[in-house]
Ligand binder design. Structure first.
Ligand code: M6R
Length: 609
């Protein structure tokens, strides 16, 4: 969603805010702005468009001040424009606020404020906060922010500054992430770690309902009841370089290339003796809890949901245990049939996705166990779940998720093996065979990455079309869904994924001469069935690019292009087959001149419902 940065110290705040916002642009990039406090001046500059537009507007004459706030926006209320960009001010210009989240009762507050004589400038929900702060202000910025927030329904992470108050900024959160970076004679506020990594690795994570007064030397945190809270300092292990492009033209390709490393990191300490032994004791799930599980629910959004679909096939096959996979936004409103024998697994790269978090809370509210798979240490999902299994993919910056997906698959396979052993559903040889094959996945992914050029011809062909199809059966269908999403979000080519057997029930009508069809045929048991469906497509003129497993030779005689994937156990193929799909999406998007890391209308973390 939106990105927030705040700085207070002795340095020039503007440059620090801009650098921080650059690291947060993945959270939103339709407009940006800063507010600097400089004695009796509160200077606000905002511009529609990416951060560059703001920098162009400011030019060489940077606003002065060592206290300031900045924002990069992903529009919810009010179209992207200069006036709707944050920071927002009250009518007297005494207070400026940056905000991430949604103020649900903003219409009511706006009417109330207008009746009290306040004049509004923007169409945003956020602006009511600035007017409320002004309304309650009696010399204490923290107090007026707390009073303002008491009127508000919805979600927020916000930072406020006041004209004439160089010595402090005030921040607060509810259902939207916010951290405070602890420096020496300077402090920072941000919605995510990359914004402050180059200055400090020591942070406080604000909890829901907490507010803080931040000066250059002191950070005071208060509970919702207004009591002082003593916070634990959290150390960030990420290296600042990990959050940079490292010579690649885009974060997405850098992150695709990092996948073998991400897999190795995620299996480190968990898959031992080259895969012969698995240790997931970190989960703290007792054997009794695992043995008594009667149904598994996997809940997530977007790419993480697609990882969950693969997990369903793997778990049901190996554990003979029913697994339901739900989109978090649907799950939370469908009154799921949960009981104490249910295990709910939520998957979220960011650990901050609003719907996933709400689903987690709903489940815990019913007294049911939640296991989280997440990539961000200290994220809301990680803190609120009963058990956490981290994916160690490192920071994922590109909006299109790649290395997070592949490590989520790995986490699900590890859980499957672990549960398979405890439940006695997998015998020693099946466990060893599975573990050893998982251990070798990074080198197989490396093999595909090394053959990137072989995909360019098809990517160029694909880039000239406005529609494409992805087909597959079982796990291949789950991966096809992810392939179609990758292509849509970054290249803007309309792509649909279908279960191969389902095409003839309607979709074949859309197959026209030359239309690109990506067919996944990686599951040996389903090879013949899948090929029959592909022939139905070929017979109607489709151009078929097929992903097959090594050992299924000879397909190229019947199909237009075939890319053979290194062989492994069928149920592990998704880790390998998704890689060429990521690459063709990336290559096609580059070919079409799309802004790969920042696709239109999207944001990396969706922290609103
Ligand atoms: O952080 P999360 O895993 O909870 O995010 C869920 C989705 O928003 C995310 O996977 C999204 O679909 C990706 N941008 C797709 O590449």
């Amino acid at each position: 969603m939106c990105g927030i940065v705040g700085y207070i110290g002795s340095q020039d705040a503007y440059s620090i805010l801009i650098e921080g916002l650059k690291k947060l642009e993945y959270r939103g990039y339709d407009s940006a702005g800063v507010a600097l406090v400089n004695g009796s001046r509160l200077e606000v500059i905002k511009a529609k468009g990416e951060l560059e537009q703001l920098e162009n507007k400011v030019g060489a004459k940077f606003p002065n001040g060592s206290t300031g706030i900045g924002h990069t926006r992903w529009a919810t209320h009010g179209a992207p424009s200069d006036v709707n960009a944050h920071p927002h001010c009250c009518c007297s210009g005494d207070f400026a606020v940056v905000h991430n989240g949604i103020i649900e009762n903003y219409r009511f507050i706006r009417e109330w404020m207008e009746e009290a004589g306040h004049k509004f400038q923007s169409e945003t929900d956020t602006e009511v906060l600035a007017h409320l702060i002004k309304h309650f202000y009696n010399g204490d910025l923290l107090g007026s922010v707390q009073q303002a927030l008491a009127q508000v329904e919805g979600s927020f992470a916000l930072v406020a500054v006041a004209r004439g108050k160089n010595d402090q900024m005030v921040c607060a959160r509810k259902d939207s992430p916010l951290i405070i970076g602890l420096g020496k004679n300077e402090n920072f506020v941000a919605s995510d770690v990359p914004a402050i990594l180059q200055y400090t690795r020591r942070i406080y994570i604000l909890e829901d309902g907490e507010a803080a007064r931040v000066t250059k030397d002191v950070v005071e945190v208060f509970s919702p009841e207004g009591k002082g809270v003593s916070k634990e300092v959290f150390h960030i292990d990420w290296d600042a370089v990990q959050a940079e492009k490292g010579g690649h033209p885009h974060f997405m390709i850098k992150e695709i290339m990092e996948q073998p490393h991400a897999l190795r990191e995620t299996m480190r300490g968990r898959l031992l003796e080259e895969g012969r032994k698995i240790d997931l004791s970190e989960l703290n799930l007792t054997d009794e809890e695992i043995a008594s599980t009667r149904r598994v629910f996997i809940v997530a959004c977007g790419t993480s949901y697609h990882a969950g679909l693969v997990g369903k096939y793997a778990m049901e096959r190996a554990l003979r245990l029913p697994v339901e996979v739900d989109l978090a936004s649907e799950f939370r409103y469908r009154d799921p049939l949960l009981d104490e024998s249910s295990l709910v697994i939520v998957i979220s790269q960011s650990g901050e996705t609003a719907d996933t978090l709400a689903a987690l809370r709903l489940v815990r509210g019913k007294g049911v166990r939640v296991l989280a798979i997440t990539n961000v240490v200290g994220s809301s999902v990680a803190r609120e779940a009963d058990k956490v299994l981290y994916t160690w993919a490192g920071p994922e910056i590109a909006v299109a998720s790649t290395k997070a997906y592949i490590t989520q698959l790995l986490a699900l396979y590890l859980i499957t093996l672990h549960m398979g052993r405890v439940r006695g559903a997998m015998d020693a040889s099946a466990l060893e065979e599975g573990g050893r094959a998982i251990f070798r996945l990074p080198e197989k992914v490396e093999n595909v990455l090394g053959r990137e050029r072989e995909l360019k011809r098809f990517s160029a062909y694909l880039s000239r079309w406005e529609n494409a199809f992805f087909i597959g059966r079982n796990m291949d269908f789950a991966v096809a869904l992810e392939g179609a999403l990758k292509l849509k979000e970054i290249s803007y080519i309309h792509a649909e994924a279908y279960a191969s057997g389902e095409l003839k029930h309607g979709t074949l009508a859309l197959i026209v001469e030359g239309i690109p069809v990506v067919a996944l045929v990686t599951q040996k048991a389903l090879q013949d069935k899948s090929l029959s469906n592909i022939k139905e497509v070929k017979a109607r003129g489709g151009y078929v690019f097929c992903l097959a497993q090594e050992g299924m030779q000879g397909l190229e005689e019947e199909l237009d292009e075939v890319f053979y994937l290194p062989a492994t156990l069928d149920f592990l193929l998704p880790v390998i087959s998704v890689v060429p799909l990521q690459l063709i999406s990336y290559q096609a998007a580059v070919e079409r001149g799309c802004p790969v890391d920042k696709p239109r209308n999207l944001a990396k973390s969706v922290t609103v419902e």
